[in-house]
Design a protein around this ligand. Structure first.
Ligand code: SF4
Length: 333
């Protein structure tokens, strides 16, 4: 007589199949045309590679979950350099999973306006974010993000808002803006809000192999594995159905552990492997074991200050340290 278990048998060797991903960042373009001072991407990825639409579709089909909270068509590269942006975006609603927030984050310096408008008309992307740093003046913006031009930023902010109003009124418009002082933040506020954009302020992060460390602090490498590579079970608050899974994908479908460095490690290939397989596979187990036993000796992770859940460190929290007039966190100037 066979016995049919009432519940699936689970153990360390056969953990439950994930149903949810909290954060998915997918580089539809590897590389970027800018040479921003605090970013490692230009040195590591000097050439631009655009993922073919069929590869992108294959990768999305291999994400075997039911829901994704955040899907960012961005990790390290510049997504608007893709010449088939609308075709890529059109693949998203064809999947068996549902994504709540679909975001494009751009440096706003090069746009194929025909492709961009076609993508917006699909009403799939519901958040558009522009990265712009500095003290809110053209000089500092162009110094930090060469060879960016202030006029191109202004043109994008204006034209993208008009297209949003016409084709995708539910889309949120925002910026991610690194500032040093309250005056910097105030200058950006005065500029961006009247144009219909909501700024989100950050501090500098220490990124391994970046051209410059703009944080003003010495990088201290923590012990153990980082919050980006951590297992969903390690997040004590159990948000997002208790499954804080994170998935970071490079421009060719390669799965990597984080958005802090373009290639900290290779965990799998989403063109040929399912997400659930990569999550439990040997490369990820090996990476976590290496971080836990000898993080300081690792070539990239050994230069990174991102710590484990509960002790994430200053670079991780820099992205949440936003400023508002009621809750000043930044120095006066
Ligand atoms: S330690 Fe740093 S570089 Fe390594 S995987 Fe984590 S966030 Fe990425």
């Amino acid at each position: 007589m066979s016995v049919i278990p009432l519940h699936p048998v689970q153990g360390p060797a056969s953990p439950a199949k994930p149903k949810h991903i909290f954060m998915l960042q997918f580089d539809i373009v590897r590389g970027c045309q800018l040479r921003c001072l605090g970013c490692p991407t230009p040195m590591i990825e000097p050439k631009v590679y655009r993922i073919p639409v069929e590869d992108f579709a294959r990768c999305l089909r291999n994400i075997d979950v039911e829901r994704i909270a955040y899907l960012r068509l961005y990790r390290e590269g510049e997504p608007l350099l893709h010449r088939q942006l609308a075709s890529l975006v059109a693949e998203i609603p064809r999947q068996s999973w549902k994504a709540s927030i679909v975001e494009i984050s751009t440096n706003a310096q090069w746009v194929d306006w025909g492709q961009f408008e076609e993508a917006m008309r699909l009403e799939v992307v519901n958040r558009l974010v522009v990265s712009c740093d500095g003290d809110g003046t053209p000089e500092e913006y162009e110094r930090l993000r060469p060879p960016s031009k202030w006029e191109k930023l202004m043109e994008f902010l204006e034209r993208a808002r008009v297209l949003r109003d016409r084709w995708a009124p539910a889309m949120q418009l925002g910026t991610r803006t690194i500032v040093r002082t309250r005056q910097d933040a105030q200058r950006w506020e005065n500029l961006l809000r009247p144009m219909g954009w909501t700024p989100e302020f950050r501090k500098w992060m220490a990124l391994p192999q970046a051209k410059e460390n703009l944080t003003g602090r010495v990088v201290v490498v923590p012990r153990g594995h980082c919050v980006y590579a951590a297992d969903a079970s390690e997040f004590v608050h159990k948000q997002w159905f208790g499954e804080m899974n994170q998935l970071y994908v490079d421009g060719d479908g390669t799965v990597v552990p984080c958005c802090i460095h373009p290639h900290a490690a290779v965990l799998g290939d989403l063109r040929t492997q399912r997400y659930s397989e990569i999550l439990r596979d040997e490369p990820r187990r090996r990476l976590l074991a290496a971080m836990d036993s000898s993080r300081a000796t690792m070539s990239i992770c050994g230069e990174c200050d991102v710590g484990p859940p509960g002790d994430e460190g200053p670079s991780y929290w820099s992205t949440f340290a936003y400023w508002n007039p009621e809750k000043p966190e930044l120095p006066e100037g």
